[in-house]
Design a protein around this ligand. Structure first.
Ligand code: ATP
Ligand code: MG
Length: 430
């Protein structure tokens, strides 16, 4: 019986897996530079966490959750986003009391949303994200966006554009919600059924509607910027001054509201401008009430989440993935049965020295060995016959330069160190 993967999921292997690994390592390395630490939360959470944390009337919670009932009858959900889980973990483990604040965490893991699969849209996808929790300053809001943008530049993207907005604090948002209701109310009958509901429950969500007519209507809606309190406005202006000073390429988009309810104050999305438009590659912002919503103290936070699959799509489109495969360091080429037998020892030794190594799985012609070496991207071939091996000698061939020299096998590690130990692409075990 043959099986197919579930709709909207993917199998990851080969070059794509390499590229994903590379991108992931760059993102983690950059987060470390910004003093974030790794953080992991389970891929099963109590369903109520998302209802409470992410927002009961968001599309994600209303329509897209993968909720299961375990054998004990508990309602559990595979996370559609990680911010709520990180907040839960900080509260549950009382990290705000034991760790220095702000807590700066980065995560990477699979997310699950039941939505219509399409370009850059899956039902299981991967997010890399960061959260900075427990300290409040416009600089931290900016630093989060800066990390995202700098990571994209570091990966090699040339055109990275940020869209920014402020949702203000509670009072500003309350005033704005009323303004939105007043604006949309006369058009109620033209709205999609979802938006008719949203008008009552969560009018901000109307600005996020993907239905064409609603989207057009939303363009004429009042702007949140005009409803910000004096304090909220000043904070946003300070943020914008930082963005200017840092030379971040951004535009203020008053319609940017994000799809989750916990955001307050600064919000942003980032797009990579390239061959194809996959939508936003990442989004994030500041939140004031999430921690208290999930039972913790009133600590603010700011974070972003980036979709790795969308990032990879652009990464490959722009040809940035060409050196993602590290390739093999050494391919062993025994000539003769005695040499073949003794290759296992040599293979183990080479790997112990910290160099990736492979040998043919059965004896064959030298020409077939070269083909295998080439396909595995090997940089060096180690060639030896029975007699040479007896004398402790072998030929070490640089496969790119086609240069070959005889080496003393007792000095194999040193010879490899001299050639591969430093410089690009080596992956000497630490
Ligand atoms: P969109 O407006 O495209 O639906 P979103 O606002 O739902 O995105 P967020 O919840 O902010 O997205 O998640 C942050 C990032 O995660 C997105 O910018 C995107 O790169 C990625 N992402 C979100 N949903 C999906 C999905 N279904 N498949 C793949 N990546 C996704
Ligand atoms: Mg979405």
């Amino acid at each position: 019986m043959a099986f197919q993967r579930v709709k909207g999921t993917m199998d990851v292997y080969g070059h794509y897996a390499r590229a994903k690994e590379k991108v992931s390592n760059v993102l983690k390395g950059m987060a470390e530079l910004y003093h974030f630490s790794p953080f992991e939360t389970p891929v099963l959470e109590p369903t109520a966490l998302f209802e409470r944390g992410s927002g009961e009337t968001t599309d994600i919670v209303e329509k897209q959750m993968y909720t299961i009932f375990d054998k004990g009858g508990r309602s559990l959900t595979h996370p559609p986003e990680y911010t709520a889980g990180v907040a839960r973990a900080i509260v549950e483990n009382k990290l705000y009391a034991t760790e220095d604040l702000p807590i700066k965490a980065y995560y990477e893991g699979p997310l699950f949303r039941y939505e219509r699969p399409g370009l850059g849209r899956y039902r299981q996808f991967t997010q890399f994200g960061v959260e900075c929790v427990g300290a409040d300053s416009p600089w931290l809001d900016v630093e989060t966006l800066l990390l995202a943008v700098e990571s994209l530049y570091y990966l090699g993207f040339k055109k990275v554009k940020a869209l920014v907005n402020s949702l203000g604090g509670k009072a500003s948002r309350d005033a704005y919600r009323e303004a939105l209701r007043a604006y949309f109310e006369p058009h109620k009958d033209e709205l999609c059924p979802d938006c008719q509901r949203r008008l009552a429950t969560n009018p901000l969500r109307l600005l996020d509607c993907k239905v064409e007519h609603d989207h057009e209507l939303a363009k004429g809606a009042p702007s949140i910027i005009d409803y910000l309190s004096e304090e909220d406005r000043q904070r946003f202006e300070q943020i914008v001054r930082y963005l200017d000073a840092l030379g971040i390429d951004y535009a203020v988009d008053p319609g940017l509201v994000r799809g989750l309810d916990y955001y307050s104050g600064f919000v942003f999305e980032v797009k990579i401008e390239g061959k194809k438009d996959y939508g936003s590659v990442l989004g994030g912002g500041h939140y004031d009430d999430l921690l208290s919503e999930v039972g913790g103290p009133a600590l603010p936070g700011v974070g972003f989440a980036l979709g790795l699959e969308r990032l990879l799509a652009s990464y490959i489109d722009e040809g940035l993935d060409s050196d993602a495969d590290p390739g093999l360091d050494v391919y062993l080429m025994p000539i003769g049965s005695a040499a073949f037998e003794r290759s296992f020892g040599l293979l183990v030794e080479t790997r112990l020295s910290g160099y990736s190594a492979e040998m043919p799985s059965k004896e064959g012609k030298l020409s077939s060995y070269f083909k295998k070496a080439e396909r595995s991207g090997a940089r060096y071939a180690l060639i030896y016959g029975d007699e040479e091996l007896e004398q402790g000698r072998a030929q070490l061939k640089d496969l790119a330069r086609k240069e070959q020299s005889e080496i003393d096998l007792t000095r194999l590690a040193e010879e490899l160190d001299a050639r591969l130990g430093e410089g690009e692409g080596h992956h000497h075990a630490e």
